[in-house]
Design a protein around this ligand. Structure first.
Ligand SMILES: *Cc1c(COP(=O)(O)O)cnc(C)c1O
Length: 383
């Protein structure tokens, strides 16, 4: 021993065996068997770096093995895992929005292998992936045609980019919304290559405001459903029918971003009235865009329904390839849409609707039953 004490790091280096020596130790054999030599070695290296960085008493191989095992288990545990949604918000974006029904889960499992995704089994020809759901969307909304993409933000983006690139889109100032994080209408508009033309005021927009805003560069009138807030008091917005009429007299498409996109009237389930996709199309919208995982109760998706000639143009936009749905999502969406064919059973079969239409007394009873269990489960976390 020298007279002056060694720095802590050097002392630790001396006390901790090398990676190669440790890997040959019997304590590491079971870890190598379960997790593989490469992962065990990489984890061991990380653990040793940590141990060497802090002054330690002598460490035994078994202690190191315990730390490595813990680290390996943490890395290999699924990150994305089920949680209890007790927030009271059923369509919670941070918790994955709509919980899927069993039929959708089964459909996703069936689609995991080889499927007729883009193959028409009847003709033996190449098929279109969106055809698996387009029929359902047309029947349920009365639309001439339909197309599906990654989410509603993508649906709005591709509709704008296809029909109004380098041109002007007129929107009411009261509808320039932000929906959580990065979906802000003016930003989407800019990235889609469109010029936003705001009209009216925050609380009141009249048909005359739209009329005055229409010019040579106008390519679309857009209405955005303000689904996550309300302006109350002295307000006015233009009815969809009037906007559709104005758009059509100028030979422009009228597009509605409906957001939630209810497929059926929800009032019989005791829910507030929401304009349905069908009603919006009947009011004269040329295209309606909406989410798959909001009120519809399905997987994350964006649906565009409406005029066949416009849908056809969107289908040909190269962007479609970048935001198309995968087979797993298509399988889930098809299964969820098919449940709407039986509205009498919908609240029973579709978890989103079942949860939204539960009686308050039922929710209260469950909350009271769960409260002590939740408190008990959370106790160890608090100490
Ligand atoms: C939720 C919503 C969007 C975004 O839809 P995503 O499916 O989350 O991409 C766009 N517009 C409106 C009006 C919405 O409510």
């Amino acid at each position: 021993m020298s007279s002056s004490p060694k720095p802590a790091r050097a002392q630790n280096l001396g006390r901790i065996p090398s990676v190669d020596v440790l890997l040959r130790d019997a304590k590491f054999t079971p870890l190598i068997a379960v997790f593989g030599r490469t992962a065990t070695r990489d984890c061991l290296r990380e653990v040793l770096v940590q141990m060497r960085s802090a002054p330690q008493p002598e460490v035994m191989p078994e202690q190191i093995a315990v730390a490595v095992e813990r680290h390996l288990q943490a890395i290999n545990a699924p990150n994305l895992r089920p949680v209890f949604n007790l927030t009271g918000t059923i369509l919670h974006t941070n918790l994955g929005r709509a919980p899927l029904p069993d039929v959708a889960v089964q459909a996703m499992v069936r689609a995991a292998g080889a499927v007729n995704l883009e193959y028409d089994l009847a003709t033996g020809q190449r098929g279109q992936r969106d055809e698996h759901v387009a029929g359902w969307i047309k029947r349920l909304t009365g639309a001439e045609a339909a197309i599906v993409v990654n989410n509603n933000a993508a649906a709005v983006m591709i509709a704008l980019n296809t029909l109004a690139f380098d041109q002007q889109v007129i929107v009411s100032r009261g509808e320039l919304i932000e929906i959580g994080g990065a979906f802000r209408m003016p930003d989407i508009m800019a990235r889609a290559g469109c010029n936003l033309c705001e009209t009216g005021t925050t609380n009141r927009t009249h048909i005359g405001d739209f009329e005055a805003a229409i010019g040579a560069k106008t390519a679309m009138l857009l209405k955005v459903h303000t689904s996550n807030y309300q302006i109350k008091g002295f307000t006015k917005s233009v009815p969809e029918g009037d906007l559709a009429h104005l758009a059509h007299t100028h030979d422009l498409p009228f597009v509605v971003d409906l957001g939630s996109g209810a497929l059926i009237d929800l009032t019989p389930y005791g829910l507030p009235r929401e304009t349905t996709v069908r009603e919006t199309l009947q009011a004269g919208a040329d295209l309606v865009t909406f989410s798959g995982d909001k009120l519809l109760g399905g997987p994350q998706a964006g649906i565009i329904a409406g005029r066949a000639d416009l849908i056809d143009k969107i289908a040909k936009n190269p962007m479609k390839r970048a935001i198309r749905l995968d087979k797993i999502t298509l399988a889930a969406l098809e299964a969820v849409l098919s449940l709407y064919a039986h509205p009498e059973k919908l609240a029973e079969n579709l978890p989103t609707l079942g949860l939204l239409s539960r009686a308050a007394t039922d929710i209260k009873q469950q909350a009271e039953r769960l409260a002590p269990l939740v408190a008990h489960a959370l106790k160890p976390l608090k100490t």
